[in-house]
Design a protein around this ligand. Structure first.
Ligand SMILES: Cc1cc2nc3c(=O)[nH]c(=O)nc-3n(C[C@H](O)[C@H](O)[C@H](O)COP(=O)(O)OP(=O)(O)OC[C@H]3O[C@@H](n4cnc5c(N)ncnc54)[C@H](O)[C@@H]3O)c2cc1C
Length: 503
């Protein structure tokens, strides 16, 4: 079967659905999705500065969390356009939690200097965002194909001309003038992640193969508090940072506070700092987890604000109302990704990227909590606006098919990345990872793993969520982004870039 569309959006998370919705009235748009990604799992909410809050303060916190490595103009677009996108989401029917006076409830999360995060269903924000967007996209009549994008079609003139989709073991072709990769992060490349299994870096591998650049791939964020279930593989339940926002504190096995002497914001320090402190504590004490003590939070607040966390804890036999919660860091979010400009354009004509798959410079070296649903809404709309104004011309010339390989040993790849490119890294371990990945084939997980390791071994300093124990300080000589493309032999070639990360 051969189909066509003006624009194919790959992925049905916050970013992909926002892009599709923004295009529905003006373009023939089609969404290809392998299932739901991270969006419905998001707990804490959406950061948005409005009313008595100032978008510039939000920008400031974003840049501090990003360790001075964000692109200021991209951040500005995020914080200034964010409240408008949130209002539109509410107009679409998204129901956010409200205080007794009817105003939106806003909570505090790590790295924010004030209560700025709106939430839904207590800690089920992503599910509500996803529900509202999905319904709106359906009402707008956008076509959806359930399947996995396994290749891109490129014209003889180097322009993207369509997508190859695997549906029920058959591969079909969809011709398009533009393709938007909204495929999320790379959680499935690690043994344990908060992301579901659909989030495996396919879009990043597709972009790289098509000749696009990646940027900031070394900045992989580990969430400090995934629930320790005893089985540290696959998707782990999250204990949202908002639990700390409401007063929970981290303790070591002896019950001592972990964060008080580490950072002025203590348990609400930026995520990278909290994750490192937990990792060091676990290493020091030889433990597989630490404790998150939420017993100071009133019971009715926990029941109202954290029903998802309460239920996850119950499933492993922990009553968070009366007992501390066992938690450990887990892979959570890719701060870098496919290099784009502020409208999602990559350096390959006709190829766009948005959301967690994209590296447009919003997050710098470390994402600020609750900035990524917002990123999907804001930049999803921006890519739609760009493609409404200007659709790339139809492409000519003999097309070529660029298909993804297969990962024959996915668990081996995950184990290598987890061991050597986790929270704590060093040159020797990263070299071992590179060597071991040599024989891992050219499937998407192997490709993504190589790019993370190639960037991490090149960056000989520590900043944001990239922590090299052999180069533990931030070194100003490394005030540069790392851009990766495939060389002629199909290996990641790392280039250093002094200017902003965005194209
Ligand atoms: C547990 C958890 C809690 C979080 N909490 C928050 C929070 O409170 N606030 C916040 O801002 N962020 C939060 N995040 C992060 C945020 O949810 C994600 O960064 C964001 O939802 C990513 O949206 P996205 O649209 O880019 O990708 P995703 O929502 O991950 O969607 C990716 C889509 O791409 C599809 N896909 C992937 N590969 C292919 C392929 N080859 N072919 C077809 N389809 C493909 C997937 O099926 C999916 O539909 C959380 C994340 C997790 C996992």
């Amino acid at each position: 079967m051969r189909r066509s569309a003006d624009v194919v959006v790959i992925g049905s998370g916050a970013a992909g659905l926002s892009a599709a919705l923004g295009l529905a009235a003006t373009r023939n748009v089609l969404v290809v999705s392998a299932g739901s990604g991270s969006t419905p799992w998001a707990q804490g909410g959406i950061a948005a500065a409005y009313g008595d809050d100032d978008p510039l303060d939000h920008a400031h916190d974003t840049e501090i969390a990003g360790a001075g490595f964000c692109d200021p103009r991209t951040v500005r677009a995020l914080v200034e356009e964010g409240p408008q996108r949130l209002a539109e989401l509410i107009a679409l029917g998204a129901r956010f939690d409200r205080d007794s006076d009817g105003s939106l409830s806003r909570t505090l999360e790590g790295g924010h200097d004030r209560h700025r995060v709106v939430h839904a269903g207590g800690d089920a924000s992503g599910a509500e965002v996803h529900r509202a967007l999905h319904q709106a996209v359906q009402l707008a009549g956008v076509r959806t194909v359930t399947g996995r994008a396994v290749g891109l079609i490129k014209s003889g003139f180097g322009q993207i001309a369509g997508v190859l989709v695997e549906e029920d073991a058959d591969v079909s072709q969809i011709d398009a003038r533009a393709v938007v990769l909204a495929t999320g992060g790379i959680g499935n490349a690690y043994l344990a992640s908060t992301n579901p299994s659909t989030v495996r870096g396919d879009g990043i591998a597709l972009a790289l193969q098509a000749g696009a650049s990646l940027v900031d791939m070394e900045f992989v964020q580990f969430h400090p508090t995934a629930l320790f279930t005893g089985d540290s593989t696959g998707q782990l339940p999250l204990v949202t940072e908002a639990v700390r926002g409401e007063g929970a504190v981290l303790r070591d096995v002896a019950g001592r506070r972990i964060m008080t002497d580490v950072h002025p914001r203590a348990d609400l320090a930026p995520r990278d700092i909290v994750a490192r402190a937990i990792e060091s504590t676990m290493r020091r004490d030889g433990c597989e987890h630490v404790w998150l003590d939420a017993r100071s939070i009133p019971e009715d607040t926990i029941r109202r604000r954290f029903p998802t966390v309460l239920a996850s804890c119950r499933r492993i036999g922990v009553d968070m109302l009366s007992e501390p919660i066992p938690v450990a860091p887990a892979e959570h979010f890719l701060c870098g990704g496919i290099r784009t400009n502020r409208d999602g354009a990559t350096d390959v004509p006709g190829l766009y990227a948005v959301g967690e798959a994209a590296g447009g410079g919003v997050h710098g070296a470390n994402r600020l909590a609750s900035n990524s649903l917002l990123e999907g809404l804001v930049f999803g709309r921006r890519v739609a606006t760009a493609l409404t104004l200007d659709l790339p011309a139809a492409s000519y010339g003999q097309p070529s098919w660029l298909t993804l390989g297969e990962d024959r040993e996915p668990d081996r790849i995950r184990a290598i990345l987890t061991e050597h490119a986790g929270i704590r890294r060093d040159g020797a371990g990263l070299q071992t990872a590179l060597d071991e990945l040599e024989s891992a084939g050219d499937g998407p997980l192997a490709t993504v793993a190589r790019t993370v390791v190639a960037a991490a071994i090149t960056r000989e300093d520590s900043r944001g969520c990239h922590w090299r124990s052999d180069h533990p300080r931030t070194d100003e000589r490394w005030n540069r982004h790392l851009v990766i493309r495939l060389d002629e032999e199909g290996r990641p070639a790392v280039r250093q870039l002094l200017q902003s990360a965005a194209t």
